[in-house]
Design a protein around this ligand. Structure first.
Ligand code: SAM
Length: 197
């Protein structure tokens, strides 16, 4: 995960810098893992409180042990409401929607949990290609396995439709091509004007 954090730091930093809200009262990292993404969220947006949520107790323990003390971490299934922290202004989600089945339900839940005009910043995978056919076959099998469980490996390509259906307004959506890994991702800051209380 550290390697993942280093590789994607430029895209994620740029996504966070494009957030229409800077220095929010409360920012949440949905599925923080061991906290690398939470750390970057905190550095760039300087929230009053930065809270990482993850379903994995092990990752939350690791995050509490290794991250700076001003960051907060809680065990939470982020598809379940309510969140342990009320009305976040910024919600950030990296490499999570691909694991959720179906991903649209989570987007609807998050719109209800956010503060009025909350911003949701998303980074997900849109496609994967490899020069080695063995790796390509591996991607294909992972995609099929995820499909079996109702998940989408390439959820990035579905994002615009999913966020619109769940009531969020898209502010911007960008495709990023990464040649070294032949991985194309999509980032999108989106805003909830009406659905949040
Ligand atoms: C690929 S990791 C990404 C971690 C982090 N967002 C990052 O980019 O470094 C996916 C994370 O999603 C978490 N996760 C999966 N389903 C979840 C759920 N329903 N609620 C909370 N966390 C979940 C996993 O425990 C894991 O930490």
């Amino acid at each position: 995960m550290r390697r993942l954090a280093e590789l994607y730091e430029p895209e994620i930093r740029s996504l966070l810098e494009r957030s229409p809200i800077y220095a929010p009262s409360i920012a949440i990292d949905l599925s923080c893992g061991p906290g690398w993404s939470t750390d970057l969220l905190h550095q760039v947006l300087q929230p009053g409180r930065t809270i990482g949520l993850d379903a994995s107790e092990r990752f939350i323990e690791e995050a509490l042990r290794n991250r700076r003390p001003e960051l907060e971490f809680r065990v939470q299934n982020v598809v379940r409401e309510p969140f342990p922290v009320a009305a976040p202004d910024v919600l950030f989600c990296r490499f999570l929607l691909t694991h959720l089945a179906p991903p649209g339900e989570a987007l609807t839940a998050w719109a209800k949990q956010g503060a009025p005009r909350a911003v949701l910043l998303i980074h997900e995978t849109e496609s994967l290609e490899a020069e080695d056919p063995v790796i390509d076959r591996y991607y294909e099998l992972v995609g099929l396995l995820q499909q079996h469980y109702g998940q989408a490996l390439y959820v990035g390509g579905l994002l615009e439709a999913l966020v619109t259906q769940s009531g969020w307004n898209i502010i911007e959506s960008q495709r990023h091509a990464r040649k070294a890994w032949a991985q194309n991702g999509r980032t999108a800051p989106i805003q909830s004007p009406d659905m949040a209380r």
